[in-house]
Design a protein around this ligand. Structure first.
Ligand code: GLY
Length: 375
């Protein structure tokens, strides 16, 4: 089988690996820039199905199932590529400092406990016993022992290495401008006069909907970019053991003890750039969690564009009206977390036309069904 993947982020890379493992003869990734340098690079690498959501429903189930794939993935990638993706399963903390935060924590706990989420309620004192550098103003917290993090840039590097070692054809700096369709069947895609023929085409283009031709349906589920600005602090005279969230931001301690902090949520189009206001807001939220960071050296700042679809859920499945074409986008705040399971689903769909993973809630068809219901 010959599979073409449009887009070169974390979803494309995990799909390419899954396809190679299933014996696809030819897998080609065509990326408009450099592999993994957009949202996959900008992300914080949090694996937080519980801290990032209220922990119920199909979306939470998909996130949790993907989270459970990481220990095996980390071990396999180390053996296959020699790259350690720094999987850290210490757990995630959610902490609160105000009356509103306390109310939010209580509500989250009630909902998640009822839904069977592994969540531990913490007093302020409990939080400080786990993390001595959290602000003494902390009032309450939640510990999510099943959440964690991965070094997303190393994950990208490992997957790229896997692709190179396994003869995945990589074409960077190549902007696909159309699908090639014959009698309603997608038989490839093209960049100018350069045509890539394929038995199956996967579109994993993140926020860049314009890389996929508009067939009239695209308007319904086209993603739009939501910018996240981030900062990095050099390792200093402080340490943290967990990823720590508040309702206003988060900090992520890496294995080498540097700390990253995020993130803004801004609907400003394709402007992956930092601004003084954005950086100040991220710093403020980080220092509220851990005042010790006020004296830390900020040595990096960057921004990425999350792909957001109108109902906030990913879009994964057959591309409506296009035989042999599949789509995965809309991963929004959870692209790294959802990459292993999305890669599997895409490889299932491309090789067999179906998947045992329940993706009904994420089907692109949900928008056509909603539109039909309204008319
Ligand atoms: N998952 C963290 C973020 O999107 O900022």
């Amino acid at each position: 089988m010959n599979v073409l993947i449009i887009g070169g982020g974390i979803i494309a890379l995990t799909a390419a690996r899954e396809l190679k493992k299933r014996g696809a003869e030819r897998v080609t990734i065509v990326e408009k820039g450099v592999l993994g340098r957009e949202a996959s690079f900008a992300a914080a690498g949090m694996l937080a199905p519980n801290a990032e959501s209220n922990g119920t429903g199909e979306f939470h189930q998909l996130c949790s199932a993907s989270n459970r794939l990481f220990p095996a993935l980390a071990g396999e990638l180390l053996a296959e590529t020699g790259v350690n993706i720094e999987l850290d399963l210490t757990g995630t903390l959610f902490v609160g400092f105000t009356d509103e935060d306390e109310a939010e924590i209580e509500e989250r706990y009630a909902i998640q406990k009822k839904a069977g989420v592994n969540v531990v309620p913490l007093s302020g004192k409990d939080v400080l016993a786990l993390e001595k550098n959290v602000s003494g103003d902390v009032r309450k917290g939640l510990l999510y022992p099943d959440d964690g993090q991965v070094e997303n840039r190393k994950l990208v590097a490992a997957l790229r290495r896997y692709a190179e070692l396994n003869d995945v054809v990589i074409r960077e700096n190549t902007f696909i401008d159309r699908l090639v369709i014959e009698d309603g069947v997608v038989i490839g895609a093209a960049s100018g006069n350069d045509v890539f023929c394929a038995d199956r085409v996967i579109m994993a283009t993140g926020a860049w909907a314009e890389l996929i031709p508009n067939n009239g349906q695209w308007g319904a589920f086209g993603p739009r970019p939501i910018r996240g600005q981030m900062i990095g602090f050099a390792a200093g005279d402080f340490s943290f053991s967990h990823v720590i969230y508040s309702p206003r931001g988060y900090i992520v301690p890496r294995a080498d003890r540097h700390v990253i902090a995020g993130a803004t949520m801004e609907d400003v189009g394709f402007r992956a750039e930092v601004t003084p206001n954005g950086i100040a807001a991220v710093r403020k939220a980080a220092e509220e969690i851990a005042p010790v960071l006020a004296d830390a050296t900020m040595n990096e700042s960057w921004a990425g564009l999350r792909p957001f679809v109108s109902d906030g859920l990913p879009v994964i499945g057959e591309f409506p009206g296009h035989k042999n074409a599949f789509i995965a986008t809309g991963h929004f705040r959870n692209g790294i977390l959802l990459s292993p399971i999305t890669g599997r689903i895409l490889a299932d769909l491309a090789t067999t036309g179906k998947t045992e993973i329940d993706i009904t809630a994420f089907s692109p068809e949900r928008f056509s069904a909603a539109a039909a219901g309204q008319s």
